[in-house]
Design a protein around this ligand. Sequence first.
Ligand SMILES: [Zn+2]
Ligand SMILES: [Zn+2]
Length: 175
Amino acid sequence: MHKGNVLDSQKSLKEASLQILRQDARVTVSGYFYAVDFDDSVDSGQHRVGKDRRCTCPLGTACPAVLAVADYLKEGGKRAPDPPPGYFPVAPAVCPVCGAEAYYDSRLNSKRRGAGWACTKGGVSHYWQAHGKVLQELFAKNPWVFPPVIGPDGKVLYPGLRRDEVITKDDLPRE
Ligand SMILES: [Zn+2]
Ligand SMILES: [Zn+2]
């Protein structure tokens, strides 16, 4: 048999089984993710699909769980909540600064920023650049933690407190 035909039939076999998996999938919202369970599957409970259409299992974007979630949403399924700006539930696949491949880095895990990651091109400096940008955008939108209080006579009763006045050392990029 021609080698190409074997590969083709293997490919279509794989696609058929993916299709079946996709149809039998049960999707539920779990935190910022969609948890996908395939019936009779040994690795049940291991498929969590994020907003970036990537499964947390080793298959990543190629996982049938991603398609199952797309079907689920098309049928009006409940959407997972959006994470707050600057919070990464999982490390991104690509660096938001330069688009190069990003990878998980547990040393940068943070309660407020979520999963730590670094860039294959820019290293941890791109991590800090990305978070710096998010902070800047947040400040631009609403610089006030407590807006100033002006009395009826126009007198400033309270000068207000801006976010950049309460920025902590933890928020500043490390050199
Ligand atoms: Zn998966
Ligand atoms: Zn980068």
